[in-house]
Design a protein around this ligand. Structure first.
Ligand code: ARG
Length: 565
């Protein structure tokens, strides 16, 4: 099946002084398919063969032995160009999509290997903002991408559920809070209380002392303090789960920072024993000057630990518990230094697996156009973004297709899909600009465009009123437009693998937009239902295969594909 592999083997037979890998790396994909599906440039061989590249290309062309999966080999200047036998390819790919269905694209490359993915991780009593949305969406896509390649994935929500902010919230709650409000709307209410605390503390600084006191009580397991903290966390997590459900996200573990409270002493002890700790003004830190980084603070003067200490404890715990092959952390790039520092500390502790922990940074979200700001000023709450998106789609449906079945579900799928897709449309490190106008563009490279293409394919198949199968005349799928679609279909697994290797979900997003565009060209150029039986059946098979692949690709990035819209 693997054309490139066949090519590597055939070429290597004639190029004994080069390794398989070297040969593979030399193979190129020409920018235009008319020039071939693969090209082999001969410049690098000139020295070895003491011949001009053009001559080597001509010789190679005559010497190579390839089976019928290649229909033509030509020497053009210093290149040998290879043309895949499209009939065989078409048959193979369409058969595979039919046969594998929902599993098309999957492999077992990661069998037996575990990947930990730390993502989302909002902070309790602080806003769940669009930055957390990006982490959630990217992390979820990575989870699905690795999973589809056979890896065992462990999704971890490292919630910010411990820290001095709880002292503040407790004080605010005891002064001004209402139980029903927390129950009804925990995320916003706790945030309001947090904001209120800061307003009041400006007038009355003693509140700060109260807050410290309550946090200390919490740390000492005081019944009231601990009880309130526990209650705030539980309410918040329940609320978060609703957002995650909307986004098709699930976690295997909700182990927030507080989970490591009893796992920190041993870390400090170990650092001490390994002579890594330094004291500075009563605080403890690991010096990283040698590595051009500021010191990593692990314990404050008052004995309390820090964000970094908890990350070190969590890393040791995860290695011990899950024995990961790789452990990924998805946050925005403002935390680059934090991750570089504590990961260095783990390395200095002598753990060779420190290299398997990877920080996956991403850019910030900027927003323009219609306000998606809340009364909290410049904080954009995720729930508002999603609700806004769904509402907006609902307006469009009411205007254009009010009879649509399952309107609510479709509006949800498209609205949420648009937000997710927008987030994943560029390399993750780029900042994302959020504007309602572009997010819902049905023409541009957006989620709704791909979903619309999917629904169009579904509608063609419904109208055809026949069971599509693979007993078709392969000879008729020969125009450039259908071949472009077939080549895209054949490249699906490659796209998933490349997204996995680079930890870049946008490779899948790009893949599916490209497939949708090529499919729409095919649809515009190649009429289907009014054709002779054999042409009609072959084209319908292609529609079916495309539909399946679009759905599988969207699923990888956490987007649903409605059958009608
Ligand atoms: N709660 C943190 C924040 O909102 C993100 C946590 C990321 N994960 C980690 N293991 N540090 O910035």
């Amino acid at each position: 099946m693997n054309y490139k592999k066949k090519l590597v083997i055939a070429l290597s037979e004639k190029l004994e002084s080069f390794s398989l890998e070297e040969v593979e790396n030399m193979i190129e994909v020409p920018p235009d398919r008319d020039m071939g599906d693969f090209a082999f440039p001969c410049f690098k061989l000139a020295k070895t063969f003491r011949k001009a590249p053009n001559q080597i290309a001509a010789d190679l062309k005559d010497l190579l032995r390839l089976d019928e999966s290649f229909e033509k080999v030509e020497a053009k200047g210093p290149y040998v160009n290879f043309f895949i036998n499209k009939k065989i390819l078409t048959k193979e790919i369409i058969n595979r999509v039919f046969h594998e269905g929902d599993d098309y694209g999957k492999t077992n490359r990661g069998e037996g290997k575990t990947i930990c993915i730390d993502f989302s991780a909002p902070n309790i009593a602080k806003p769940f903002h669009v930055g957390h949305l990006r982490s959630t969406v990217i992390g979820n896509a990575l989870y699905r991408i690795y999973e589809s390649l056979g890896y065992n994935c462990v999704g971890i929500n490292h919630l910010g559920d411990w820290g001095t902010q709880f002292g503040k919230v407790i004080v605010a709650y005891r002064n001004w809070g209402k139980e029903e409000e927390v129950r009804e709307n925990p995320i916003e209410t706790l945030l309001d209380l947090y904001v209120k605390f800061h307003e009041e503390a400006e007038k009355d600084p003693t509140l700060e002392d109260d807050a410290r006191e309550w946090f200390t009580k919490m740390e000492k397991d005081d019944e009231e303090a601990y009880g309130l903290w526990k209650w705030f966390s539980t309410e918040t997590i329940n609320e978060l789960k609703k957002i995650y459900e909307l986004l098709n996200v699930k976690f295997d573990h909700y182990t927030g920072e507080s989970f490591y409270n009893d796992k920190m002493d041993v870390v400090i002890e170990e650092l001490k024993n390994k002579n890594l700790l330094k004291e500075s003004k009563g605080a403890h830190l690991v010096d990283l000057e040698e590595y051009d980084m500021p010191p990593c603070l692990v314990m404050k003067k008052d004995g309390s630990t820090l964000y970094a200490t908890r990350d070190i404890a969590a890393a040791l715990y995860r290695k011990r518990t899950f024995n990961f092959e790789k452990s990924l952390y998805v946050t925005d790039y403002s935390q680059n230094l934090h991750f570089a520092q504590w990961m260095k500390v783990v390395e200095l502790m002598g753990y060779e697996w420190a290299k398997d922990m990877i920080h996956i940074p991403f850019g910030r979200v900027t927003h323009e156009g219609r306000k998606i700001q809340t009364r909290k000023g410049n904080v954009v709450l995720l729930q508002d973004v999603l609700d806004g998106a769904i509402e907006k789609v609902m307006e469009i449906i009411e205007a254009k297709n009010p009879e649509l079945e399952n309107k609510e579900k479709v509006a949800k799928d498209i609205g949420v899909g648009a937000v997710i897709f927008n987030d994943l449309s560029h390399s993750r490190i780029k900042d994302v600009s959020f504007s309602w106008g572009t997010v819902f563009n049905f023409e541009g490279e957006t989620g709704p465009y791909v979903q619309y293409t999917y629904a169009r394919a579904a509608s063609i198949l419904r109208k055809a009123e026949i069971d599509v199968d693979t007993s078709i005349d392969w000879e008729v799928l020969v125009e450039k437009n259908s071949l472009d679609v077939i080549m895209d279909l054949g490249g699906f697994t490659e796209a998933i693998e490349s997204a996995m290797i680079k930890n870049e979900p946008f490779i899948v997003t790009r893949y599916v937009v490209n497939l949708a565009q090529n499919f729409n060209k095919f649809y515009n150029e190649c009429p289907i239902l009014n054709q002779e039986e054999n042409v009609k059946n072959a084209r319908l098979a292609l529609v079916f295969a495309t539909k399946t692949t679009i759905r599988n690709a969207l699923r990888l990035i956490g987007i649903e594909a409605p059958e009608k819209m």
